[in-house]
Ligand binder design. Structure first.
Ligand code: SF4
Length: 220
């Protein structure tokens, strides 16, 4: 009798990537800007705030301070006045100010295309550094935000791991590097529309419901 082939995590990952590609052909970041320094600012503001709100707030910020130098010269208080509606106004304003000063003083106002250098910028963590590497520089990137972490656990690509860095490390083993950035953007779309956090996920109309671990386990 022919032995049934095991459905590996790697194969499940590749299948999920392909299906999400069909479902969401455009895999864009939900933060509007593509300019590196603006994206750095936007992603800092997006902590505990919606991307939609950030996209509105940064319009004022960038109109008033149209470059790295201008923003580096602004006082923390003046930045805070504008970014306050995003929440955590003071710490975000302080990080943005320090980050712009470092870009001005050490990188001639350019954002470095190096993960370790990005990580040394004030207020920049792995998530932001990966986002910049993928979206701005087209390099391999895995952005483990809240949607990514929830979904890959439900899919069964990781098992009960919530720590963003640990999830990222697991995904590097499964996701082809050139697919990582777009895959994570698609997880955001899927997490918002179908595999939602606050409601029961809409498994009945999900394109992954025959290969998702959460559904398969229920059927056992
Ligand atoms: S089948 Fe359900 S749990 Fe699995 S990805 Fe789809 S919506 Fe989420």
């Amino acid at each position: 009798m022919e032995k049934k082939k095991r459905y590996t995590k790697k194969q499940r990952t590749l299948d999920i990537i392909e299906r999400l590609k069909n479902e969401y052909p455009v895999a864009d970041c939900t933060l509007d800007t593509k300019e590196a320094w603006k994206l750095l600012v936007s992603v800092r503001l997006a902590a505990q705030c919606t991307d939609a709100r950030v996209n509105v707030i940064v319009k004022d910020l960038f109109a008033q301070y149209p470059g790295v130098e201008a923003l580096a010269e602004a006082s923390v208080e003046d930045i805070e006045k504008i970014v306050k509606p995003c929440g955590l106004g003071h710490s975000k304003a302080r990080d943005i100010s320090a980050c712009m000063k470092m870009l001005r003083d050490e990188y001639q106002c350019q954002v470095p295309d190096d993960f370790d250098k990005l990580m040394k910028l004030p207020g920049v963590g792995r998530k932001s550094a990966n986002l910049i590497m993928g979206d701005v520089f087209g390099k391999p990137a895995i952005v483990t935000d809240t949607h990514c972490i929830r979904l890959v656990n439900r899919f069964g690509l990781v098992d009960g791991i919530k720590d963003p860095k640990k999830v990222e490390m697991e995904l590097w083993k499964l996701v082809p590097p050139e697919e990582g950035s777009d895959f994570c953007h698609r997880l955001v779309y899927h997490g918002r529309e179908i595999c939602t956090a606050r409601t029961t996920p809409y498994c009945d109309r999900c394109c992954l419901n025959d290969i998702c671990k959460k559904v398969l386990e229920k059927k056992k």
